[in-house]
Design a protein around this ligand. Structure first.
Ligand SMILES: Cc1ncc(C[n+]2csc(CCOP(=O)(O)OP(=O)(O)O)c2C)c(N)n1
Ligand code: SF4
Ligand SMILES: [Mg+2]
Length: 278
């Protein structure tokens, strides 16, 4: 059904807020839009309560604008700064208990495949480094071992930002954050390598300064997850509030910290993407 997710039931047009009416007419549903079209359509996330210059806000904006089929996407989030933004997202989204997102996404993607055997419903986990790599580590890894058909996008701000700046597994060695002033004693977790080892067919690491690259990676990861299995993207999203740099320097920091994007595509996924023109 065209725009079925957003269409206003007859008789209710007058009482729906202007914002919503605009979304139905000018939103990205059922249209072939991407990052290059930003500014020409009504976005699924516009206002949010995150700090000025938050890298995570930029990462989510670009990710959401790159979804290949937003009207058929369900986002699964978990506790952290991202979860403050999610209620303002004009998409189906689920907030899971902290760290439980891959278990929720597993059940959801399996159920949607049974309920809609002839339709793609894309399940996308969007969560912080603490959620994916620390507290949800076991659920992340086991979903990958089982090759569950959904995409995991980690918003890596290298710490627990929402709770005031504790170190996480993704904090770099030697870095001191607000509530871990003596400095991290061991290296950043190799989640990209672990994703490959666990069997993910598509794995990438990027930063939001490389917007088009990020957009392409999101599309690729979702298409591979539809047909083949688990996919993972790690997006470096610096946090000016806890790392104490100017909010105007977020993208500069992102480029410094993730100077070389990474992309791993299995042979099977490569073939699929070639056939899809991606
Ligand atoms: C089960 C549970 N443990 C701990 C917390 C406290 N808590 C809330 S947010 C957070 C850190 C989130 O870190 P991350 O996933 O990296 O997200 P960020 O805020 O950095 O974006 C913690 C420990 C919680 N809400 N629930
Ligand atoms: S604390 Fe950091 S990650 Fe959280 S909203 Fe503020 S800038 Fe973003
Ligand atoms: Mg974090």
């Amino acid at each position: 059904m065209k725009k079925g997710i957003a269409t206003i039931s007859p008789g209710f047009e007058d009482i729906m807020p202007e914002e919503y009416r605009q979304l139905v007419v000018e939103g990205p549903f059922d249209r072939d839009l991407g990052l290059g079209d930003l500014g020409t359509f009504k976005e699924l996330i516009e206002e949010h309560p995150l700090c000025a210059g938050c890298g995570l806000a930029i990462g989510i904006r670009l990710t959401i604008a790159s979804l290949p089929s937003p009207e058929n996407t369900i986002v699964v989030g978990t506790t952290g700064c991202n979860s403050i933004l999610m209620p303002q997202l004009a998409l189906h989204n689920i907030h899971s208990v902290f760290g439980n997102q891959s278990a929720i996404a597993t059940g959801l993607s399996r159920a949607l495949r049974l309920r809609y055997p002839n339709k793609h419903k894309d399940v996308v986990v969007i969560a912080g480094d603490g959620g994916v790599g620390d507290i949800g580590f076991s659920s992340t890894m086991h979903a990958w071992f089982r090759n569950e058909k959904f995409t995991t996008i980690m918003l890596d701000n290298e710490g627990y930002s929402n709770t005031g700046g504790q170190e996480s597994g993704m904090t770099r060695q030697g870095v001191a954050v607000n509530m871990a002033p003596t400095g991290k004693k061991y290296p950043k977790l190799p989640l990209v390598e672990l994703a490959k080892t666990a069997g993910c067919a598509y794995v990438a690491a990027v930063n939001p300064a490389l917007a088009r690259r990020l957009g392409k990676m999101v599309r690729r990861a979702i298409l591979v997850a539809r047909e083949i299995g688990s996919t993972y993207i790690q997006v470096l999203v610096p946090c000016p509030t806890n790392y104490k740099f100017s909010p105007s320097e977020t993208l500069k920091k992102a480029k410094e910290l993730n100077s070389k994007p990474v992309e791993y595509i299995s042979a099977e996924a490569e073939q699929l993407l070639k056939e899809a023109g991606e």
